[in-house]
Design a protein around this ligand. Structure first.
Ligand code: MTE
Ligand code: MO
Length: 463
């Protein structure tokens, strides 16, 4: 049993499959903090977890192969010693995040039926892939082929291990090449070379996560972290990097992580679609409180002195207006029962969730509807991501672009009306004015990738 040595998992994680282990944090833990705690970070494994003993970690070897076939090896200790260490706060999100929504609202999809938790946010510590490739001897001319340039400055004190100009390997156009990553258990994927060498793309070879060594489930002792990209490219247990004029030949590059038209069926022309790289925009409601839950102080950020968002109803005013109401519980499924009872009084409602866009695009606005999308209001964006530019150092420094999620909060009043249940909807907009599609039907694909439609949650206060 190759899974025998898999690590023990936090019991709070919701398990989709045990072997290989695939699990997501429960909604109430998912975005409790800006940084997802390591033991609650979602886990997506295609195979077993390779065993690297602690005492062998420093000698874990990364092999870098250049287009001319030359190889250079770095131990983990070499990486730490030779290169400047960077800390980047970035989300990882599986292309299957929210797939169960697509299944529920459109049609059957194949693959793990993730809820809204195949996404997490962490501060990653590691060295820049661009620095390592340059040190290994990769030289990349600019796209026009005019200048021959090092991809990034050599770190000071660079040892003789790195390549000299004589044994460097030149690529003339970074757009025609790829950087392939392989993990110890045979998983593999690739990214374009142009991303790998872009210092503003912040691609890391990471050994630290939220101030600790990488946990085994997340790639101990070394993984790629490709911010803003589908997490399938952030290869764990990284052991080999190949710079090539071809993408990784793995099924995860050539088939699984692609998306097709709603009509294209289970056997599309795989080569006709590009591999998913930068992620589209998405958002989700993670927590809903109604009525007495709010009055009873169960909303962590109400009463902690944080005001409601733009356009939202002040919590105290809400309380006064609905003092006589006895409504209490909520349901975050859309299977609420319609009961034959008189219309409820307006209830205060509090919501929280996350929004995220790929490619480093910043979330600028989160729209919330309490009536299924007829009327809208804006949520408050939590100010825990300052977007401090590179070099700021420390937690929250974020990196060159907006790689983290934005958490959002909303307080309002449920609409009064004959229906007891209502549908809460959330959608986000990024700095390129990308926003989410209204329905899953229009973006349906058999594999259920990129299920980014408006997130709808049925809320049924019970009398
Ligand atoms: N790397 C290896 N070596 N093996 C894997 O199975 N899964 C990929 C990626 N890297 C995978 C891998 C996928 S599809 C995802 S979504 C992320 O790892 C999940 O990373 P996490 O488990 O740290 O959240
Ligand atoms: Mo994934």
């Amino acid at each position: 049993d190759p899974f025998e040595q898999d690590p023990v998992r936090d019991p709070r994680l919701i398990t989709h499959t045990a072997k290989p282990r695939n699990a997501e944090p429960p909604n109430e833990e998912l975005d409790r903090d800006f940084y997802t705690p390591n033991e609650l970070f979602y886990v997506r494994n295609h195979m077993w977890v390779p065993v690297v003993a602690e005492k062998e970690a420093d000698s874990h070897t990364l092999t870098v192969e250049l287009p001319d076939g030359e190889t250079v090896q770095y131990s983990l200790a070499d990486l730490r010693k030779k290169f400047r260490v960077h800390r980047i706060t970035a989300v990882l999100q599986c292309s299957g995040n929210r797939r169960s929504d697509m299944t529920r609202h459109a049609r059957k999809t194949t693959g793990l039926q993730w809820g809204v938790g195949a996404i997490s946010n962490a501060e990653w510590e590691g060295v820049r892939l661009a620095d390592v490739l340059a040190d290994a001897g990769l030289r990349v001319a600019d796209v026009a082929g005019m200048t021959k340039n090092q991809t990034s400055p050599q770190p000071s004190g660079s040892s003789s291990q790195g390549a000299t100009d004589d044994d460097s390997s030149e690529v003339t156009d970074p757009n025609t090449h790829h950087v392939q990553f392989s993990g110890l258990e045979a998983y593999g994927a690739s990214i374009p070379l142009s991303t790998a060498i872009d210092p503003r793309a912040d691609v890391l070879l990471a050994f630290g996560m939220n101030g600790s060594p990488l946990p085994r489930d997340h790639g101990y002792p070394l993984r790629a972290v490709v911010p803003g990209h589908v997490a399938a490219r952030s290869v764990k247990w990284l052991s080999r990097i190949v710079v090539s004029d071809e993408e990784s030949s793995s099924q995860w590059q050539r088939r699984d992580y692609k998306s097709f038209g709603p009509n294209e069926g289970p056997n599309p022309d795989w080569d006709s679609a590009p591999a998913i790289q930068e992620m589209p925009i998405t958002s989700a409601v993670t927590n809903v409180w109604v009525g007495d839950c709010i009055r009873g102080g169960r909303v962590p950020w109400l009463g902690a002195g944080r005001g409601p968002g733009r356009g939202a109803v002040d919590a105290a005013a809400v309380e006064k207006d609905v003092d006589s109401s006895t409504n209490t519980s909520t349901s975050t499924t859309d299977k609420g029962q319609e009961k034959d009872k008189p219309p409820p009084l307006a209830e205060p409602i509090a919501l929280q969730g996350y929004a995220y866009s790929g490619g480093g695009r910043e979330i600028c606005r989160v729209d919330v509807s309490l009536d299924g999308g007829k009327t809208w209001d804006q949520a408050e964006l939590v100010g825990d991501y300052a977007g401090v530019p590179r070099g700021g150092g420390g937690r929250g420094s974020g990196g060159s672009k907006h790689w983290a999620w934005k958490r959002w909060r909303y307080t309002g009043q449920l609409p009064q009306g004959p229906a007891q249940c209502t549908t809460v909807v959330v959608k986000a907009t990024d700095d390129a004015y990308n926003t989410q599609p209204e329905s899953h039907a229009g973006i349906y694909n058999v594999r259920g990738n990129l299920a980014t439609a408006w997130h709808r949650v049925r809320v049924c206060p019970q009398l």
